[in-house]
Design a protein around this ligand. Structure first.
Ligand SMILES: [Zn+2]
Length: 194
């Protein structure tokens, strides 16, 4: 029997609905599969993302800067909203950051500079630095003033000094930067053994 135009159209409409239903069903299925895959590989993914960031730090930072520049307003608004929503976390973050990281960062920075100067590297940890400052009464070894302290190499790195706790002393910024190479302070309350 020959199909009439009307019959063909009815068939088309019927199938259109069917096709739509299949697509919808598939969508849900695809999303479920994707989500299951995501959950299964979450840790692996996190690790590889982290590795990528570490390996491409400059690139990632440049991208972040670019993104931030383009979305500055919303980024600032988002950060502000977060701070307002979680004030205790802001407080906790900054306090714990100060307490646990600043000295380590200072130590890391000094070590990086020493490595860059190709100086021999000894042991000098954030804990060493904290203890050392306490041993010197939180005073600069040169001017004896209580000022924010920096790590001064008694034997300057440029003169072959080692970066290690046996030759680092706490000095204020102005005494530290007054001359790049100088003799050891005459009085040493503490000089660590290497
Ligand atoms: Zn000083």
């Amino acid at each position: 029997m020959a199909q009439t135009k009307e019959q063909a159209h009815t068939w088309y409409l019927k199938n259109k609905e069917r096709r739509k239903a299949i697509t919808e069903k598939n969508k849900v299925h695809v999303a479920a599969v994707k989500h299951a895959y995501y959950l299964k590989n979450k840790e692996k993914r996190k690790a590889s993302d982290k590795a990528y960031v570490l390996a491409n730090l400059e690139l990632v930072r440049a991208r972040q800067r670019k993104y931030y520049k383009a979305h500055r307003e919303s980024a600032l608004a988002g950060a502000k909203a977060w701070r307002e929503r979680y004030p205790h976390r802001v407080k906790k973050n900054s306090r714990s950051y100060r307490e646990s990281h600043i000295e380590e960062h200072r130590v890391d920075g000094a070590k990086r500079r020493a490595m860059k100067a190709k100086a021999p590297i000894g042991s000098f940890t954030g804990k060493d630095w904290t203890e050392m400052k306490a041993a010197y009464g939180y005073r600069c070894v040169y001017c004896q003033r209580k000022k924010p302290l920096t790590q001064d190499h008694v034997i300057p790195l440029v003169k072959g000094g080692m970066h290690g706790k046996s030759i680092i002393v706490p000095a204020c910024q102005s005494c530290n930067s007054r001359k790049s190479a100088r003799l050891a302070p005459p009085f040493q309350p503490v000089l660590y053994a290497v």
